[in-house]
Design a protein around this ligand. Structure first.
Ligand SMILES: [Mn+2]
Length: 427
């Protein structure tokens, strides 16, 4: 069976319910999860259903939280694969639209649609939003405009435009909802803002970049597109050299950007949804996907705030030394929601954090939350963070999982040492 057929069965289940039924939608707390939930909710609304969305982090008691609810149908989007066993406790029918690794068999009340079950590479070629898009399109062919949000999910999960993602992109382009443009990443910015505010790539030591810009004979307040070819070349060569010194040798100054006819630059939309997720304002993210004008203004402010926080933490981490194990390095942060981002950026751009090993961020709250990031190269060499984190966490009474390149876990407070040692064995 193909994915398109599988979602059709799920849609039949939905359409067997009378119009105006209340459908429960649970999405995952990142750009892919929010766009997945929004795709489903928009499709439900257009089809005449009511819905109630919650955006949830993966945590042990997730199913417990919704156990008491009276629902006719629950749709999990970009989340759910880790809870298959627990789902038999839910009284309602359930549809799961996901791409994460799963380890259990779904119980009878669950219609389980995971890209991985249909021979699709769920790490690279289909995300939660891609699967949700095919579900939306099976409800109504006219939902092809939601291809924009599907691409937001794919970009958010750092996937490739290949396989099913490519299929979605081509449909969006063919119907006039998506286009690509080749642009320099600093397009539209002054040199000063570009260098001081950039996170991808992140430049160390640029709290004030005036000195650097002037040292190569350019003016900080000049806009990037005002540079002539020679000046642009001079700037980008100097920055390439700087990043090489920071240990980063994969730099793309010019990128193929994906634009949506409604949402504009979809990479920027990803950054906005991530900001809303991390700042616990997921409702604004959903509303922005729905096109609410007020939400679109507010989410821009969230984005600025979020980027400021990351930059501030990164400036502090430039001076930090991580702790080192045989197979990974780790650091502590009190910014729980930034753990994954900081681990990823430090792995790529901070010389202190480049030991050819994955980076873990640990943060204490009721439990210990752990985010882990690896590089493409480490994954090619056989590292699988998702599996190792899941196993190590479950051995100490916690919960974990994710992708080979990016994973998370939550463990009890007194199990830190045991967990770190186990992970060191498993990686
Ligand atoms: Mn996802």
């Amino acid at each position: 069976m193909k994915l398109e057929e599988a979602v059709r069965y799920a849609v039949d289940l939905l359409l067997s319910l009378p119009k105006k039924s209340m459908i429960r939608v649970i999405g995952h707390v990142d750009a892919d999860g929010i766009s997945s939930a929004a795709i489903i909710a928009i499709a439900l609304e257009r089809a005449g259903y009511r819905y109630h969305i919650s955006i949830k982090a993966t945590k042990p008691d997730l199913i417990k939280e919704i156990e008491e609810e009276e629902n006719e149908l629950i749709i999990f989007a970009d989340i759910g694969s880790g809870y298959l066993k627990d789902m038999k406790r839910l009284k309602s029918n359930i549809i799961i639209l996901d791409h994460h690794l799963s380890y259990d068999e779904p119980p009878k009340n669950v219609m389980y649609i995971n890209a991985r079950l249909y021979g699709i590479d769920g790490s690279k070629e289909a995300c939660g939003a891609t699967v949700s898009y095919f579900f939306a399109k099976a409800i109504d062919e006219n939902n092809v405009d939601l291809s924009q949000l599907a691409m937001v999910g794919a970009i958010g999960d750092k996937q490739n435009i290949a396989g099913y993602n490519k299929k979605v992109m081509e449909e969006g382009i063919a119907n006039g909802f998506i286009e690509t443009r080749d642009e320099y990443i600093f397009q539209g910015m002054t040199l000063k803002d570009a260098l001081e505010n950039s996170l991808e790539p992140y430049f160390t030591g640029f709290t004030n970049a005036n000195g650097f810009i002037e040292s190569i004979g350019l003016q900080p307040q000049k806009r990037f597109e005002e540079l002539d070819d020679e000046q642009r070349q001079r700037l980008l060569s100097a920055l390439t050299l700087k990043l090489l010194e920071q240990g980063c040798d994969e730099i793309e100054w010019r990128k193929r950007m994906i634009y949506g006819s409604y949402y504009g630059n979809l990479h920027d939309m990803v950054s906005k949804l991530n900001a809303s997720a991390r700042l616990n304002e997921q409702g604004i993210g959903i509303a922005a996907c729905f096109g609410d004008k007020m939400a679109r203004e507010r989410i821009f402010i969230l984005q600025e705030k979020y980027r400021d926080e990351i930059r501030k933490e990164m400036r502090a981490m430039e001076k930090k030394e991580p702790y080192e194990m045989k197979k990974f390095i780790y650091f502590y942060t009190d910014k729980r929601s930034l753990g994954g981002v900081l681990a990823g950026l430090s792995l790529k751009y901070l010389p202190n954090f480049q030991r050819g090993k994955p980076v873990l961020a640990l943060s204490y709250n009721d439990d210990i939350d752990i985010s882990a990031r690896a590089s493409e190269k480490m994954v090619e060499d056989g590292i699988n963070l998702g599996e190792a984190m899941k196993k190590a966490a479950s051995l100490v009474g916690g919960e974990g999982g994710g992708h080979p390149i990016a994973a998370g876990a939550t463990i009890p407070k007194n199990k830190e040492k045991e967990f770190l040692n186990l992970l060191d064995e498993l990686l």
